[in-house]
Design a protein around this ligand. Structure first.
Ligand SMILES: CC(C)(COP(=O)(O)OP(=O)(O)OC[C@H]1O[C@@H](n2cnc3c(N)ncnc32)[C@H](O)[C@@H]1OP(=O)(O)O)[C@@H](O)C(=O)NCCC(=O)NCCS
Length: 220
């Protein structure tokens, strides 16, 4: 065989090998995309079961990951709301799944077009959230102290005798990741809570607050 012919055969073999690698790559991409879609469908099915069995009143909403809902009161989620409860959509707070716990006779109402990521809501009385509110990764919104401040009550009945007070988060509020909103707080329209804050007092509308305990930082 001539030297030219050998080189030709070698070049063709390399070319075929490249084509094969390309085909394998495309196949793997398609497979990964199909598996992602399947996973999303399975999660969607699980979330529908969770929403229906917990008697949540909800509009057209989008959920990534799987929710936790324990509803013994009234719970509603407005249309257009997006909830992340997974590591994959927003890595911030990804170790925490989104959870809604609503006690007997309590009301948790989430407005329309709200964004929530990997956050926990404990509602023993009332938590009302307006429209277009953004709640960053791993926030905690608790309208209760969970336990009594009286040591004797705490010792006798650890989960009784605690105080609870309504929380209101008005429309267009932005709560930075890893913040805690405590009982009795109202956050006024458009205001911003800085990342990692602990909010213990009311925040007026159109202001930025931050820190532990959260203090006024500036006007918007
Ligand atoms: C609140 C925030 C928007 C302010 O940003 P900014 O307007 O650029 O503010 P600056 O960085 O100029 O800081 C202004 C003041 O606020 C203070 N501040 C900012 N962030 C703070 C925080 N998280 N806690 C406490 N104080 C804070 C600054 O120290 C500064 O104080 P000073 O004037 O005494 O020096 C920003 O710090 C923040 O927390 N973003 C949220 C990010 C987030 O969590 N996204 C969601 C992820 S899922």
């Amino acid at each position: 065989m001539q030297r030219g012919e050998t080189e030709g055969l070698k070049a063709r073999a390399e070319c075929q090998e490249q084509e094969q690698k390309q085909e394998d790559g495309n196949f793997l991409k398609q497979l990964a995309s199909a598996l992602r879609q399947m996973l999303f469908l399975v999660q969607r099915l699980i979330n529908i079961v969770i929403l229906k069995s917990s008697q949540t009143d909800y509009g057209r909403i989008h959920i990534d990951g799987i929710l936790t809902i324990m509803n013994s009161g009234r719970f509603s989620i407005g249309a257009g709301t997006k909830i992340n409860s997974s590591k994959y959509k927003n890595i911030i707070g990804g170790d925490t799944r989104t959870a809604f716990i609503i006690h007997k006779n309590a009301v948790l109402r989430i407005g329309e077009n709200v964004r929530i990521s990997n956050s926990t809501f404990q509602c023993t009385k009332s938590i009302i959230i307006g429209d277009h509110v953004m709640i960053g990764g791993s926030c905690k919104i608790w309208d209760t102290d969970f336990h009594s401040l009286d040591p004797q009550v705490r010792a006798a009945a650890p989960n009784e005798g605690y105080r609870s007070c309504d929380i209101v988060i008005e429309s267009n509020v932005f709560i930075g990741g890893f913040s805690i909103i405590l009982k009795g707080v109202t956050i006024g329209r458009n205001s911003v809570v800085a990342a990692g804050s602990v909010v213990t007092r009311n925040i007026p509308a159109n202001e930025v607050w931050g820190g532990n305990p959260a203090k006024f930082l500036r006007k918007l």
